[in-house]
Design a protein. Structure first.
Length: 191
């Protein structure tokens, strides 16, 4: 599995660079990365992470078509800010997902860390939805996902993936700053 994990990490770095640049090609890279990590996490018994990559597979296809459609209409990918009045709904969805996933993992699998796996999976579902809609706040969710996942992957001995997630965490901070700048410039806000 190590070679598959290394290939997945390399594709993940390519994906992250494209996401940072708000480049539409992040989506086909996301499709490939999802396929590789479905296998990796199945073998490692990170069932919720495996499941989230099935979601990523379909979300990448959705995001690709959505960004393509929006870019054709506007002429470029436009970064948005998530409406504050909708945060309570997003937090409620996250909490519900976390509870359902944790209960399923605890009751139905041999996952060694059902609550950590469920927590990062629920965060990831919300983050991916925010990304597909081009909300800059998606990076804040990814900072949490990537930081927590780093510890979980080191603990399970998935060292190439853990190192990838260290990089993901750092780039998520930089990505948020870049996307916020892009949003402010597009909206005419003062930096």
């Amino acid at each position: 599995m190590t070679i598959v994990e290394i290939i997945g990490a390399v594709v993940g770095l390519i994906y992250l660079r494209l996401e940072y640049k708000a480049n539409i090609l992040l989506w086909p890279a996301g499709v490939l990365m999802a396929l590789l990590y479905i296998y990796i996490f199945f073998v490692s018994k990170f069932y919720a992470d495996m499941g989230i990559h099935v979601y990523y597979l379909f979300a990448s296809i959705y995001g690709w078509f959505r960004w393509k459609k929006d870019a054709a209409a506007v002429g470029k990918v436009q970064v948005l800010s998530f409406p504050r009045r909708q945060w309570s709904a997003v937090l409620a969805v996250f909490t519900g997902l976390f509870g359902l996933i944790a209960a399923a993992l605890y009751a139905c699998t041999d996952s060694p860390i059902p609550f950590g796996d469920a927590f990062t999976t629920a965060l990831s579902i919300v983050a991916m939805w925010l990304l597909a809609h081009k909300y800059m706040e998606q990076w804040l969710w990814w900072i949490a996902v990537n930081g927590i996942s780093t510890g979980l992957y080191f603990w399970r001995g998935l060292y190439p993936t853990a190192i990838l997630f260290v990089i993901y965490t750092a780039v998520s901070v930089l990505g948020y700053l870049k996307w916020r700048k892009m949003w402010r410039e597009a909206a005419g806000h003062v930096l």
